[in-house]
Design a protein around this ligand. Structure first.
Ligand code: FAD
Ligand code: NDP
Length: 313
């Protein structure tokens, strides 16, 4: 038997697609993943605290709470949710095949909303000290005792880096931001937030080159990219906030991607090059990358799938 719609993913894009598909009586089957790409079901917002820019919550809402509400809304309208990671798909003939562990499913349409995962730097020392001071999620790890009242370092100059630095300033004795250029990519509001915070020190044109320590992180070797000078600074925590990699490895050879692995879709559409296969959210978007834009694309994908199925009836 073939499903009408399978949705892969569990962030705002996947759940919005599920809500629309379920309300259109397409009885969607959604694979939310089990720590897929290293992130809990619910996606990137499960790794953050306050979300202040998602409409409908004037006082803001905690990221994990927002995702629990979206999941509940998907289920409420009849989405069937499986806590499994999709290992591969076969898009060579329709109905398409979706494989999880030892199970296989067939579907007329497929919505891919697998988002993105935080990048790591592969510094010397990183493998040994990973989760012993090095992390890619300040919100998940920042409150741990090893970081409290100790000097901390954040790498990156985007919104995530600013958010993480602000969050860590509550716990650490100081936070040093390493920004590889002479300017940040972050929004002006986020930049102001870190610049106003007395516990945050910004080092421009600076990158980490090694993580040092025995059983846990003790120091970070940093390099000034203008002068070439290297020096060591004390640090109990080194937090990466240098962007994300789209979760598309399981689609290798099946769909067109750009050089970074982002899925390519038609302009003003979520259609991929394969009829009936749609992509929504951060997995295809390296420009906007917001919860609300991901949700909007999830809506588009479900409507496009519904229209295709209706036209084929
Ligand atoms: P994601 O949220 O990335 O979720 C996709 C999920 O699908 C994955 O995490 C995984 O659980 C699952 N998955 C992946 N592969 C598979 C597979 N093979 N099988 C099954 N499941 C799979 N945006 C805002 O608008 N406001 C904010 O305040 C905000 N704060 C942020 C704070 C942080 C720290 C970060 C990292 C991002 C923040 N963003 C914020 C951005 C926002 O989280 C993303 O734009 C949004 O979550 C993207 O949604 P998505 O549905 O595309 O996918
Ligand atoms: P971004 O891609 O926006 O920023 C990545 C940052 O890391 C850049 O400053 C980049 O430098 C730097 N960087 C990348 N690679 C390296 C490296 N190897 N060494 C040193 N520095 C490096 O990612 P974010 O995760 O910050 O943001 C992703 C999306 O999520 C954005 O759209 C953002 O707006 C959104 N977001 C929104 C929030 C909100 O609205 N409150 C909060 C957090 C994220 P360079 O600029 O030189 O490339």
């Amino acid at each position: 038997m073939s499903e009408k719609v399978i949705i892969i993913g569990s962030g705002p894009a996947a759940h919005t697609a599920a809500i629309y598909a379920a309300r259109a009586d397409l009885s969607p089957l959604l694979f939310e993943g089990f720590m897929a790409g290293g992130v809990a079901a619910g996606g990137q917002l499960t790794t953050t605290t306050e979300v202040e820019n998602y409409p409908g919550f004037p006082e803001g809402i905690q990221g994990p709470e927002l995702m629990m509400q979206m999941r509940a809304q998907s289920e409420h309208h009849g989405t069937r949710i499986r806590t499994e990671t999709v290992d591969s798909v076969d898009l060579s003939s329709r109905p398409y095949t979706v494989k999880t562990g030892s199970d296989e499913y067939r579907t007329e349409t497929l919505i891919i909303a697998t988002g993105a995962t935080a990048k790591r730097m592969q510094l010397p020392g990183e493998d040994t000290l990973w989760q012993r001071g090095i992390s890619a999620c300040a919100v998940c790890d920042g409150a741990l005792p090893i970081f409290r009242n100790n000097p901390l370092v954040v790498v990156g100059g985007g919104d995530s880096a600013c958010e993480e630095a602000s969050y860590l300033a509550k716990f650490g004795s100081s936070v040093t931001m390493l920004v590889r250029r002479d300017q940040m990519r972050a929004s002006k509001a986020m930049q102001k937030r870190v610049q106003r915070n007395e516990k945050i020190n910004i080092l421009w044109n600076t990158v980490p080159v090694a993580a040092l320590g025995d059983q846990k992180l003790e120091r970070v070797r940093i390099k000034d990219k203008v002068s070439g000078e290297e020096r060591e600074i004390e640090a109990s925590g080194l937090f990466y906030a240098i962007g994300h990699k789209p979760n598309t490895d399981f689609l290798a050879g099946q769909l067109e991607m750009d050089e970074a692995g982002y899925l390519i879709t038609e302009p003003d559409s979520t259609k991929t090059g394969v009829p009936g296969v749609f992509a929504a959210g951060d997995v295809k978007d390296k420009v906007w990358r917001q919860a609300v834009t991901a949700a909007g694309m999830g809506c588009m994908a479900a409507l496009e799938a519904e229209r295709l199925l209706a036209a084929e009836e």
